[in-house]
Each structure stands twice: as C-alpha cells, then as structure tokens.
Design a protein around this ligand. Structure first.
Ligand SMILES: [Zn+2]
Length: 160
C-alpha cells in the first residue's frame, strides 16, 4: 500500500477548487518529493533484490490547480499550456508530479471506466474528489496495465 500525505492546506485547497468548478469537473496536479528520491537503495521499478520499495509516503507539497478545457461534468482534459508550465515549474524546483486529481461532481470517488481507460502512468497517483455527498470524499488510486489486465491499487491518503 502506497501512502500519499497531503498537508491540510493543500487538501482544503483541492476540495475548494472542486467546489468552485461545480457542476463541472475540476482537475490539477499535486507535486512533491517522490519516495524513490530518498537515499534508499530500492530500485526505481521495485525489483530491488531486497524486494520492497521504501514505505515512505509520497508527500505533496505543491498544489497546482489546472483548467479543465473540456468544461464537462463527466470528464476533463488539462490545458496543454498549463500542463507544460506545471511540468517545467516542478522540474526546476527538483520535485516531481506525484498525483493527478480531478473531481466527480455527482458520482462517488471511484475511477470511472473512462478514467481507467485514460490513466496510463503506473507511477502516477490518481486522486478523485467526490462531491456527490454532503461531505466531500477523497480517494486515491494507482492504475497498472499489463496487456489486457488492469490492476487498480488503492492509495491511502493521510492528511497532515
Ligand atoms: Zn473521473
């Protein structure tokens, strides 16, 4: 189980961004230091002979709200210019993109069939902010694909 640690200020800003965009989906990135950038000897792809990647959480330190150019309540696409700027900004500060978040204005915090189809980065954490209930629900996943098999792994969110 991977852990994504989100400071409460970023968590609140992400939920606020989702609410501001109602009834449309909101989207953006969370960036920070990756667990694998800690001075551990574990292999990048997890096949270190000792077997396990470190259990250090991925810690989000940067909140990057983006524009959903689809302007849709059911799907999202990042603005390519903003996406390019975000990648550049994060690289320059020596961090990396940890998570893509988007909101589900009316459905639960589960990956939709289209989310699963579109999410192709096995190292990215996909966060969903659901506003379907009175209290926002936030869940995170990783999506791993191998040929026809899709493996969805839950990621624990810790708000610090
Ligand atoms: Zn979705």
């Amino acid at each position: 189980m991977v852990i994504l640690q989100i400071p409460s200020a970023i968590y609140d800003a992400m939920v606020a961004h989702a609410k501001q965009n109602m009834p449309l989906e909101a989207c953006g990135y969370l960036a920070g230091e990756t667990p694998s950038s800690t001075p551990s000897q574990a292999g990048e792809n997890g096949d270190d002979p000792k077997g396990m990647r470190p259990l250090d959480p991925a810690v989000a330190t940067v909140f990057i709200p983006m524009t959903n150019i689809d302007k849709s309540p059911e799907h999202f696409t990042f603005d390519p210019k903003e996406q390019f700027a975000a990648i550049k900004q994060v690289r320059q500060s020596g961090e990396s993109l940890l998570a893509v978040y988007h909101s589900h204005p009316e459905t639960p915090a589960r990956l939709s069939a289209e989310d699963v189809r579109l999410f192709n980065d096995p190292n990215m954490i996909y966060v969903i902010v659901s506003l379907a209930a009175a209290i926002p629900e936030v869940k995170a996943y990783r999506v791993r694909k191998h040929e026809d098999v899709v493996n969805i792994v839950r990621v624990d969110i810790v708000v610090s």
